[in-house]
Design a protein around this ligand. Structure first.
Ligand code: FES
Ligand SMILES: [Fe+2]
Length: 383
């Protein structure tokens, strides 16, 4: 983070403490519960996600040239291969003959060739079609144009980001991740981080409920009273938008008690920074690591959550393992509190108690996200 951004946060935290609140719009807002229940809406959202960069794997899962990973997420079979020059290429793991999955889900090292299990068309690690049995049966085959379908991808902040939609193969995901990604990388200083303690699990809640809960600290002192609530100032969140991405700063109680000077102010020490990459990925920046939470909508009522912790290097001592595990335990218990509530909200929606969910002025960031999501779906439909 540039020192000017840190100074700006310092100034705004002081102003909010003096005023008793952070700036917010004058009016409360609502979001229709149909947004969380409609399968048609869910399908529009899933289609939209395919047009935004998705962090489908950790960089550290492909440690050297020749390393590969085949995975199914977002209803899509992906194949990632680290090339001889160290750059990861992303492909759709779909044979160009009759569409079988080429590489079974899994991971490995030293890839030399990928052979389709159906008729043995084979592909080199750079995705090119290498050979096919009885090639004389395909007199018109353009071999050069029949490699695995390549997707646009990049490696940023410890993750491999991919545009799942092959129509965006010539679009640079870095442009969408934008300056907040630059800031996240420079702030965390995680050059080649290790993905520690990854896990994926399903929740009975619409993915947007999990996003809503990340955009306000109004609930901290109540829902998180047994975990992180006591560490934070009540209901104080500073939010900056850069395009559709956001940075949130949730301020710790230590700021109010210590009142650090602007010159000494280290944002990571005095609060949680959340970097949100539209529409479904969040990094929580802690003083010496970052935690990634990536949401995969399954349908209107179910979400698969992918979490991992990015740490500077593999822990080699018991002390280091205990340190990271204690951090991860608190993170998981805190998110568990959020996610249990999200499941109760989802279960209550079908009851008819509420036609809309109501968001207070200081919760404005959630309804704003819904508005932006609607706008993005509309503009995708118009192109
Ligand atoms: S579908 Fe792959 S070789 Fe036939
Ligand atoms: Fe929470």
């Amino acid at each position: 983070m540039k020192s000017s951004a840190a100074l700006d946060l310092h100034r705004r935290v002081c102003a909010a403490l003096d005023a008793g609140a952070a700036p917010a719009p004058a009016h409360a807002d609502t979001v229709s519960v149909s947004n969380y229940l409609s399968e048609a809406q869910s399908q529009h959202e899933s289609a939209l996600l395919r047009r935004y960069p998705q962090p489908i794997a950790a960089s550290s899962a492909l440690p050297a040239p020749g390393a590969w990973l085949a995975t199914h997420v977002l209803d899509t079979p992906f194949l990632l291969v680290r090339q001889a020059d160290g750059v990861v290429h992303a492909f759709l793991n779909v044979c160009r003959h009759r569409g079988a999955q080429v590489v079974p889900d899994g991971a490995g090292l030293n890839a030399t060739v990928f052979v389709c299990p159906y008729h043995a068309w084979s592909y080199t690690p750079d995705g090119a079609l290498r050979a096919l049995p009885k090639a004389d049966g395909f007199p018109c085959l353009d071999k050069a144009a029949s490699g695995l379908r390549r997707l646009a991808s990049c490696e940023r902040a410890g993750m491999i980001w991919v545009f799942p939609d092959p129509a965006l193969a010539n679009t640079d995901p870095n442009d969408t991740l934008g300056p907040l990604m630059d800031e996240l990388e420079s702030l965390t200083g995680l050059q080649n981080p290790i993905a520690y303690a990854p896990r994926s699990y399903e929740l009975n809640a619409n993915w947007k409920l999990l996003i809503d809960g990340s955009f306000e600290a109004y609930h901290f002192k109540i829902a998180h009273k047994n975990t992180v609530g006591p560490l934070f100032i009540d209901n104080l969140q500073l939010i900056d938008e850069v395009g559709l991405n956001r940075r949130l700063y949730l301020v710790k109680a230590a700021f109010a008690s210590e009142r650090p000077s602007a010159a000494d102010f280290a944002p990571r020490r005095y609060g949680n920074l959340i970097y949100f990459f539209f529409p479904n990925t969040m990094y929580l920046v802690q003083p010496d690591h970052a935690q990634l939470s990536w949401l995969e909508p399954l349908d209107a009522h179910r979400t698969r959550v992918h979490e991992l912790t990015l740490i500077p290097e593999s822990p080699v001592s018991d002390k280091a393992i205990r340190h990271w595990d204690a951090n991860i335990d608190l993170y998981r218990r805190t998110l568990g509190e959020d996610y249990t509530l999200a499941e109760t909200i989802q279960a209550g929606m079908a009851s008819g108690a509420n036609d809309v969910l109501t968001f207070g002025t200081f919760e404005y960031s959630a309804p704003r996200f819904h508005e932006q999501l609607r706008g993005a779906i509309d503009s995708a439909a118009n192109t």
